[in-house]
Design a protein around this ligand. Structure first.
Ligand code: HEM
Length: 433
């Protein structure tokens, strides 16, 4: 925690507890009195929004699991399966089951929307730079866990897109056969629990999908611990120089974060109540069918940028390596950025490349949504989207491995303000100590 504790127990009970298990002191120091930079903006509400999303997913998920059957076996409905039937029963028979399911399914989308904003915010303000490297890496671990959790959760419906998504992605492991014969196929068989995607696969995915959010919650605990040691970065990217630069977390940020969580919840509710199937795939209204492949197998929107990278490379193993490398790259960012200045607010050159990078990720997502034969017709020229995805993938790597190290060395940053207080309060600020 940052600085000595200011907690004074007021009652007999809290004094007694404080000398045995100082839980109230911990809550007070981390959530109430914690000194927080006074200039945190809207983008800093996303940590609280993410915590809200994780809570919503866990609560709705636990109740859904009470009514769900993790079985690929055929039930009373011919050509369907018990898992799909149980999801339909949740939608039709369970009281407010439709609400639980739509909140959980759209909750995953809202969670990813929030996490992407949170990550881009961190990139823009240089929040990964020393002394916050561990905080950032824990974030990357959370993100990878979120991807795995969402992938396994999507399989649970055991609709036709669920089934084929699992088949395509788990089959990627078989590309390792090109390195060591049979290794990849052996891993795939081990993952499936059989010789094809089936009942055993669904069972283990259900078990892991239930477990992982709690692992994520544990890593989030570490993430916030690692945040509280150096304290928050802020939009200026300069260090806190004294008490005049901070305000206590409560009431200032409890109220501000609470307001934005409420706004986010309204947006979330609009999606759930007015467009609950907006981001879903129609193929998942059809029970899993191992002999009918959907015309285009595409993941949910939040995984499409990475899917576009994978698909743009004709050689499967190379595609897998490019995809894994793109995720692994995130771990090295704190050491790839050579700039002395954290925030892009003061980096006129890097700022431009940052926004190109944001557009690049959106473009990759778009490429991942389109069919494999899709092309742009520019005048008389036909530009295959596979090539657009290749160029966008190249920019993703160039941004981190070339531009980040290089621009930090050659760019001349704008002058930094003396202190957070001076920047916020102008001349009326007390001098920094
Ligand atoms: C379940 C997912 C996550 C939760 C609940 C979470 C929670 C939080 C919270 C509460 C904060 C402090 C408030 C704020 O700055 O917004 C924070 C800060 C931060 N998070 Fe996360 N986080 C999550 C995922 C991630 C991911 C995926 C990354 C990056 C890969 C990340 C990187 C950071 C960084 C760098 C900060 C410090 C920002 C600053 O001080 O400028 N987080 N996180």
């Amino acid at each position: 925690m940052s600085g000595p504790s200011t907690y004074v127990p007021q009652t007999g009970l809290t004094r007694w507890l404080d000398t045995r298990l100082p839980l109230v002191r911990f809550a007070h120091d981390t959530m109430l009195s914690f000194p927080t930079p006074r200039n945190l903006n809207f983008w800093y509400a996303f940590g609280a929004i993410l915590t809200f999303c994780l809570g919503v997913q866990i609560v709705t998920g636990i109740v859904l699991a009470m009514h769900y059957t993790p079985s690929a076996l055929v039930g009373s409905i011919p050509d369907s399966n018990l898992a799909f039937d149980s999801v339909e029963s949740i939608m039709r028979d369970v009281n407010y089951g439709w609400l639980l399911r739509y909140v959980h399914a759209n909750g995953a989308s809202m969670f990813f929307l929030a996490v992407y904003i949170h990550m881009f915010r961190g990139l823009y303000y240089g929040s990964y730079k020393a002394p916050r490297e561990v905080l950032w890496i824990l974030g990357v671990i959370i993100y990878v866990l979120m991807v795995l959790t969402a992938f396994m959760g999507y399989s649970l419906v055991w609709g036709n897109m669920s089934f084929w998504a699992v088949t395509v992605i788990t089959n990627l492991f078989s590309s390792l056969d090109q390195v060591i014969p049979h290794l990849g196929s052996a891993i795939a068989t081990w993952l499936w629990g059989g010789f094809a995607v089936g009942d055993a696969t669904l069972n283990r995915f259900f078990s892991l999908h239930y477990l992982m959010p709690f692992v994520i919650a544990g890593v989030v605990g570490l993430h916030i611990w690692a945040l509280h040691v150096p304290g928050n970065n802020n939009p200026l990217g300069i260090d806190v120089k004294g008490p005049q630069d901070t305000v206590p977390f409560h009431p200032y940020y409890t109220v501000k974060d609470g307001f934005y969580v409420a706004l986010f919840a309204i947006l979330f509710a609009a999606l759930v109540f007015y467009a609950p199937d907006l981001v879903g795939d129609p193929n998942n209204f059809i029970p899993a069918n191992p002999v009918v492949t959907p015309a285009d197998i595409v993941p949910e929107w939040y995984l499409r940028p990475f899917y576009a990278m994978l698909r743009s490379i004709p050689q499967q193993l190379a595609g897998v390596l490019v995809l894994a490398g793109a995720l692994l790259t995130l771990v090295f960012i704190p050491w790839l950025d050579s700039s002395r200045v954290r925030s892009n607010r003061f980096r006129p050159v890097m700022k431009v490349f940052f926004w190109v990078f944001v557009a690049d990720c959106i473009l990759l997502g778009y490429c991942g949504s389109e069919g494999v034969d899709a092309a742009w017709h520019l005048g008389g020229i036909e530009l295959s989207l596979v090539w657009v995805a290749r160029i966008a993938t190249a920019y993703y790597y160039i941004y981190f491995w070339v531009l980040m190290p290089l621009i930090g060395l050659i760019e001349r940053p704008l002058p930094l303000p003396d202190s957070i207080a001076k920047s916020v309060l102008g001349a009326s600020a007390a001098p920094a100590e």
